[in-house]
Design a protein around this ligand. Structure first.
Ligand code: P6P
Length: 347
C-alpha cells in the first residue's frame, strides 16, 4: 500500500495554489506540524512523567493551568519563533500577544490554543491544539489590530487532535486535509484527503447540564433535533466529550452539530473567538459546514479583544442555519420568544 504524502510534502504541493508564495508560509505550517509532534510525544507520556496534574498556577482567565498546557504553550511559541516566519502570536495561555524578536521576525501572525480541553488531561480524554494563521495586516510594527481580524481573513487554520491517534487537520482555503502521525516514522501522513462533512447531522453535541441557564430557543432547538428520532429510526445521537476539538472532529467526520450557546451565567458563552471558534469555523466552512454565534457567521465577527468569548453553533450548515432561526425566535411556533424580544428591546 502506497503511503500518503507527508504533511511537509502536502504543504509544499499546496504552495503551487498560491502564486505569490515564496515558501515562507509552507515553512511556517511545517513548523506547526513539528510543534504538534513534540506535544503529541508529551501527551502520550503524560501519565508517566511528573507533568500530570495542575501546575498550581492560574492563567489570565483564572483557570488552573495544567503543566501540559505550559509545555504545549512553550513548544508552540518556540517552534513559531524558530520558524523565522512569524511577526507575533497570541495564545490562550498568554495575557498579551508575544512579539518575535526583530532578528527572527517574519510576515505572519499566528493565534492558537496550545492545548484545549486541558481539564481532560488527567483522565485520558482526547485533547487538542487549535490554530489560525494571518498575514500581518500592517506592514510596520505589530499592533493589537493585527489580531482583531475576522476569521475570514485567515490564510490557514487547523487543529491537532491527540486522540486514539494524533491527527493534524488543516486548510489553506483549498479544502480540508487530515494527516495521521506515524510515531515510528515521526511523520504525519495524509490519511483523510479533502474532508467534507456528511450531509446528515447524526450527532447532537452540547452540555445539557447547562439547560437551566439556556435561553428558551436552545431547548426548542434541542427538542427539534431529538424529534427526528421516531419509531422507525434513531437519526440523531447525543455525543458530548467536553473537549471542543474532539467534539468538533467527530462531527466533521460523522456529521453533527455542536453548541456552546450564551446563557444566563455566561451571555457570551465560554469558548474563545480568536483561537478556538474562528479557526474551527474556517475548517467547517471549507468542509461544507458552517459556524455561527446564533446571529451571524463566526467568520464575519470582528473581535474587539484578544480573549473575547463567543457563543458557538458549529457543524452541518443546515443545522447551524436552523439554530439561527430558533435564536431569532422563529422556531416551531413562529412567534418571537419572550427572551429574544426582551433581549432585542422590542417587547
Ligand atoms: P463545559 C474544555 O475546557 C473547553 O474549553 C472546551 O474544550 C469544551 O468544549 C468546553 O470547555 C466544555 O465546557 O462548561 O461543558 O465543561
Amino acid at each position: 500500500m502506497e503511503l500518503g504524502a507527508t504533511l511537509t510534502q502536502h504543504v509544499l504541493s499546496q504552495q503551487r495554489l498560491h502564486p505569490q508564495a515564496r515558501g515562507e508560509f509552507s515553512g511556517l505550517l511545517t513548523q506547526i506540524g513539528v510543534a504538534a509532534k513534540i506535544i503529541s510525544s508529551q501527551v502520550r507520556r503524560a501519565g508517566l512523567l511528573p507533568i500530570l496534574g495542575a501546575s498550581g498556577t492560574v492563567n489570565t482567565h483564572g483557570e488552573v493551568v495544567q503543566k501540559l498546557d505550559e509545555v504545549a504553550n512553550r513548544t508552540v511559541i518556540e517552534c513559531l519563533i524558530r520558524s523565522g516566519h512569524v511577526a507575533a502570536m497570541a495564545s490562550e495561555e498568554e495575557d498579551e500577544y508575544v512579539e518575535v524578536p526583530e532578528a527572527r521576525r517574519g510576515a505572519y501572525i499566528v493565534v492558537f490554543d496550545p492545548l484545549d480541553g486541558s481539564s481532560n488531561i488527567d483522565v485520558n480524554i482526547s485533547i487538542g491544539t487549535i490554530f489560525a494563521v494571518y498575514r500581518q495586516a500592517s506592514g510596520g510594527e505589530v499592533t493589537r489590530r493585527d489580531f482583531l481580524r475576522p476569521g475570514r481573513e485567515a490564510c490557514a487554520a487547523g487543529y491537532v487532535i491527540y486522540g486514539s491517534s494524533t491527527m493534524f487537520v488543516y486548510s489553506t482555503g483549498h479544502g480540508v486535509h487530515g494527516f495521521t502521525l506515524d510515531p515510528s516514522a515521526g511523520e504525519f501522513f495524509l490519511s483523510h484527503a479533502d474532508i467534507k462533512i456528511p450531509n446528515q447531522a447524526s450527532c447532537l453535541s452540547l452540555n445539557e447540564s447547562n439547560s437551566p441557564y439556556w435561553e428558551p430557543w436552545v431547548g426548542r432547538f434541542v427538542g427539534e433535533m431529538k424529534a427526528r428520532n421516531d419509531e422507525d429510526k434513531r437519526r440523531v445521537s447525543s455525543r458530548h466529550v467536553g473537549s471542543l476539538v474532539a467534539d468538533f472532529h467527530r462531527n466533521l467526520m460523522y456529521g453533527g452539530v455542536f453548541l456552546y450557546p450564551g446563557d444566563r451565567r455566561s451571555p457570551r458563552g465560554k469558548l474563545r473567538l480568536i483561537y478556538e471558534a474562528a479557526p474551527l469555523a474556517f475548517i467547517a466552512a471549507q468542509a461544507g459546514g458552517a459556524a455561527s454565534d446564533g446571529a451571524q457567521d463566526i467568520l464575519d465577527i470582528v473581535p474587539d479583544e484578544l480573549h473575547q468569548r463567543t457563543p458557538l453553533v458549529i457543524g452541518n450548515a443546515a443545522e447551524v442555519r436552523l439554530a439561527e432561526e430558533f435564536a431569532r425566535g422563529r422556531g416551531e411556533d413562529g412567534m418571537v420568544s419572550a427572551t429574544t424580544a426582551v433581549e432585542r428591546g422590542s417587547a
